[in-house]
Design a protein around this ligand. Sequence first.
Ligand code: F0G
Length: 351
Amino acid sequence: MPHPGVIEAYRQYLDLPSHTRVVTLLEGNTPLIPLPAVAEVLGGGFELFVKFEGLNPTGSFKDRGMTAAISEAAGRDVKTVMCASTGNTAASAAAYAARAGMRCIVLIPEGKVAAGKLAGAIAYGAEVLQIQGSFDDALSLVVDLTSRYPVALVNSLNPYRLEGQKTAAFEICDVLGSAPDWLCLPVGNAGNISAYWMGFKQYDQAKGTALPQILGVQAAGAAPLVLGHPVEHPETVATAIRIGRPARGEQALQAAEESSGRIIASTDDEILAMQKLLAGSGIWVEPASAAGLAGLRKQINEGMIHPRGMRIVAVCTGHGLKDPEIVTRGFSYQALPADAAAIEAVVLKGK
Ligand code: F0G
């Protein structure tokens, strides 16, 4: 049977109201790709996989949660949805709202949203408003406005978002036959780590698939869950997770603790180095998506995780195409003469 989208694929495990009317782009069923070369660089002796969520319809994992949130809203004839976003939620909400025939309004932090995400939200027809503030300011505004207007909030404070997102944990168990030893992933507003933990626990209860330890990774300049307090002015090259007051912070800390895992921070340099290492295996992800693996590398180097004999899954949450400027920044746009000699001199002779 062709993959029917995450709601139909896992309906019996999802707590969605009976009025839900499925709006799907056949999201989910993303590949779990082995990463032997990266595992070698990290010391070897273990199995490493990437759950490449950048291959969802709008290029990020958000589509799993958005099909659920929009389907629930569609079932009660909601006309308008709204979200705050560092970019991926915006593009995903815009696409699913378009498919459902709804209006979509997104608030984004001024000047900090990567080009591919902004373009996506605009292309799918959302009304995109920049605000002179951070993601956290935008989310507070959305919470206020959606409480006063007949507009559905589709950030991950919406419980149906997590219902959809937990399907990624089910897929990993279905492919591997059980949960991995460790799951590492980036943490921003902390919805995804919470959803994975819900999913792994639920599947373990239903099918005895066991539980992973969870390594959540924030960017060092935006690491409220590591510091233990909100960050007023978060800064990181990983703009997707440039968040100082995670809405589901408590739940994320609990997931880490219950799983005997932890939440740590990686620096921008570590994140970009991992982005490059992954690209060397043919997997191009946006910077935030490399954070989970950057954190794993650090934990292994510091002797905090001994991976020998283990099976580890890293979630890469968004596609590299979302943020092209990060990689083209150093590229020379100066054109060569259109003749063979000029090209030979640069890339062939003496190489
Ligand atoms: N990775 C990417 C690519 C993201 O876009 C996000 C969040 C995360 C990781 C973190 O997930 O928030 O559930 O902890 N992006 C949100 C957005 C905030 O607006 O697109 P989280």
